[in-house]
Design a protein around this ligand. Structure first.
Ligand code: PHE
Length: 353
């Protein structure tokens, strides 16, 4: 009997050496030491031995069994550390390697400009407000001293909304300028007013320097004793802060129905610094005479104040307004050859800003 167990032990130990992985080891253990294995069946034969042999043979058999279990344990340990070693080899991570940055978006360049413009005016006491971008003819034109059929309206190539006509306020339009917020603000808020309105505007236009949807910002200040010098001071504050400390503004006489007097606001050219000439005496190629046109401004017309139920004898104010896109393109000296790029949502373009 002991010979038989000894022979089995030799066979199993040899097989153990040939085992290549934990799975094979488990299979071998079931086959050779499981309940129905040759080894276990042989052990069962112990009970049939004469009692005087049983003790010594039993002891020996037990030693063989314990030795085999130990051999399995040792081999299991070997295989485990071998597989961990392989894992470390195959799946090692270089924790010093630079990370892979996940693609992240950022604020659109127009919104960056809007935030900055809002901030610049808020420092001198203007609050930002947004008025409706689809509004009545009354606010866009009539309250601004442009009666129906007045030719001045032609300047604003307006989209009309196919909506019921308001008996008093007229047709609905997509606001062609932020000046539609002037009388709205007079109605909404008590005096004095210091508003910077920034909203979308819409005009029937589309070419390299125009898009049908763009943004304007509208300054509106109404108070006692307001004069053109206040307007000039606010514009210079903006020019210096947004464009750079060496920049200044110039007011040129102009005409709007809703301001009197009216101006066009120019800013000194950032390339030739207002001289119109480059260092070598050549003519500046960005501007004509040292100045670049920003937009419109003026002192609020008494009829507009009256439309907003404000007494023009007692109160006065100024307004100014122009395009956000144009302004931001002027500052960066960005050579965006086509303003439509800003709204094509091409990430190769947008991610540069
Ligand atoms: N709303 C005018 C425009 O779109 C600009 C303007 C605003 C002029 C305020 C005067 C005062 O051209």
């Amino acid at each position: 009997m002991i010979d038989k167990l000894g022979a089995l032990q030799a066979r199993i130990t040899a097989a153990l050496d040939g085992v290549k992985n934990l799975k094979e080891l488990d299979d071998l253990e079931v086959a050779e030491l499981g309940r129905k294995s040759e080894f276990m069946l042989a052990l069962k034969g112990l009970g049939e031995l004469p009692p005087e042999q049983r003790r010594s043979v039993g002891q020996k058999a037990n030693e063989i069994k314990t030795a085999l279990a130990a051999s399995f344990g040792v081999r299991r340990q070997e295989l485990r550390s071998a597989s961990l070693g392989a894992l470390a080899e195959e799946e090692w991570i270089d924790i010093t390697a630079p990370g892979i940055r996940p693609p992240a978006g950022h604020v659109h360049l127009t919104n960056q400009a809007i935030d900055e413009i809002t901030d610049i005016f808020s420092r001198i006491g203007f609050y930002r407000y947004r008025h409706p971008e689809a509004d009545w003819d009354w606010y866009a034109f009539e309250a601004l001293n442009m009666p129906p059929d007045h030719p001045a309206r032609d300047e604003w190539e307006t989209f009309f909304v196919d909506a019921p006509v308001h008996p008093r306020l007229g047709r609905m339009v997509l606001t062609p300028h932020t000046s539609s917020g002037q009388v709205r603000e007079m109605e909404r808020r008590g005096l004095p007013i210091r508003m910077i309105g920034i909203s979308k505007c819409y005009r029937r236009q589309m070419d390299v320097s125009h898009v049908p949807m763009f943004h304007q910002f509208e300054g509106l200040l109404i108070d006692h004793g307001v004069s053109v010098t206040h307007l000039k001071g606010v514009l210079d504050h903006f020019a210096r802060t947004y464009f750079g400390p060496e920049r200044k503004t110039r007011l040129r006489p102009f005409h709007f129905r809703f301001t009197e007097p009216s101006f066009e606001v120019d800013i000194s050219c950032g390339i030739c610094l207002g001289t119109g000439r480059l260092k070598d005496g050549a003519k500046c190629r960005l501007c004509k005479d040292g100045w670049l046109e920003l937009g419109g401004a003026g002192m609020i017309h008494p009829n507009v104040l009256s439309a907003g139920k404000i007494d023009p004898e007692e109160w006065g104010g100024f307004a100014f307004g122009w395009g956000v896109e144009r302004t931001m393109m002027m500052r960066s000296g960005l050579q965006i050859p086509d303003i439509r790029e800003i709204y094509k949502n091409d990430l190769r373009f947008l991610s540069q800003f």
